[in-house]
Design a binder for this molecule. Structure first.
Ligand SMILES: [Zn+2]
Ligand SMILES: [Zn+2]
Length: 248
């Protein structure tokens, strides 16, 4: 336990000025930037403290937005993506303007609706070096990019890899209407197999379920994508720290 300095006392909570929102250590908050044109800063509250004059301070760990990182924003970064940094600060509690939720990547992908206060984090970020943890991430599609949860992807029924519609020459609208999808590599294999089948083969139950799911919504495609990403991680991955340079 960290020692409290003389004249200071730890507080269990702080109520955001002009609201009934209560902030406790472990909560994520939005903090007012000095430049009002900028987006609020996002921080994880570690400790809340009052000094002898009853002025409340919070010790925070900053989340960085992709554009605030050394490598900048990349194509696969989600609009609500944040990196948990190793950059700590002490701020006046008055700068807290609201609370927010920073979800895990998995939980974020399962959200029915993404609210203004919903963010996600899949990487820790070392502010001094620009390095990321984990430093490897699964990649998909012909373009071999990590998954951006904001992008629609379709799964190939053959190889089970996921593809961006644009990378397979489809529009987003066309992709949403698809019942079945085979990537170019698998469709050439499939033609070869089909010509060898003498009797018609009825689709398996599994295939029916898959088709039904694919019809339902973009969100489910994203979720499936995510489940696949955990299996995929070992076989197909790319070093994130090198990826920054590759794309530049
Ligand atoms: Zn692609
Ligand atoms: Zn395929």
């Amino acid at each position: 336990m960290a020692k409290t300095k003389p004249g200071r006392k730890d507080l269990d909570s702080y109520t955001i000025k002009g609201t009934n929102k209560v902030v406790r250590p472990g909560d994520c908050v939005l903090m007012r930037p000095s430049d009002t044109d900028k987006l609020p800063y996002v921080a994880l509250v570690e400790k809340i403290e009052a000094d002898h004059r009853n002025s409340v301070k919070v010790r925070v760990r900053w989340y960085y937005r992709p554009e605030e990182s050394i490598g900048g924003r990349r194509q696969f970064h989600g609009a609500k993506e944040l990196f948990l940094s190793d950059h700590y600060d002490v701020q006046s509690a008055h700068t807290i303007e609201g609370k927010c939720t920073v979800h895990s990547f998995k939980n974020y992908s399962k959200l029915e609706n993404v609210g203004a206060e919903d963010y996600f984090c899949r990487f820790e970020y070392k502010a001094s070096t620009g390095g990321f943890t984990p430093d490897r991430v699964a990649v998909y599609c012909k373009c071999e990019m990590p998954y951006n949860p904001d992008d629609l992807m379709v799964q190939c029924e053959g190889c089970k890899d996921w593809f961006h519609p644009s990378c397979t020459g489809m529009s987003i609208e066309e992709a949403k209407k698809l019942d079945h999808f085979l990537c170019s590599d698998c469709s050439s294999d499939d033609d070869a197999k089909r010509s060898m089948n003498v009797f018609p083969v009825s689709p398996s139950l599994e295939a029916k379920v898959e088709t039904k799911r694919r019809k339902s919504a973009e969100k489910i495609l994203c979720l499936h994508k995510l489940e696949a990403s955990f299996n995929y991680l070992v076989q197909v991955s790319v070093c994130v720290n090198e990826l920054w340079e590759m794309i530049l």
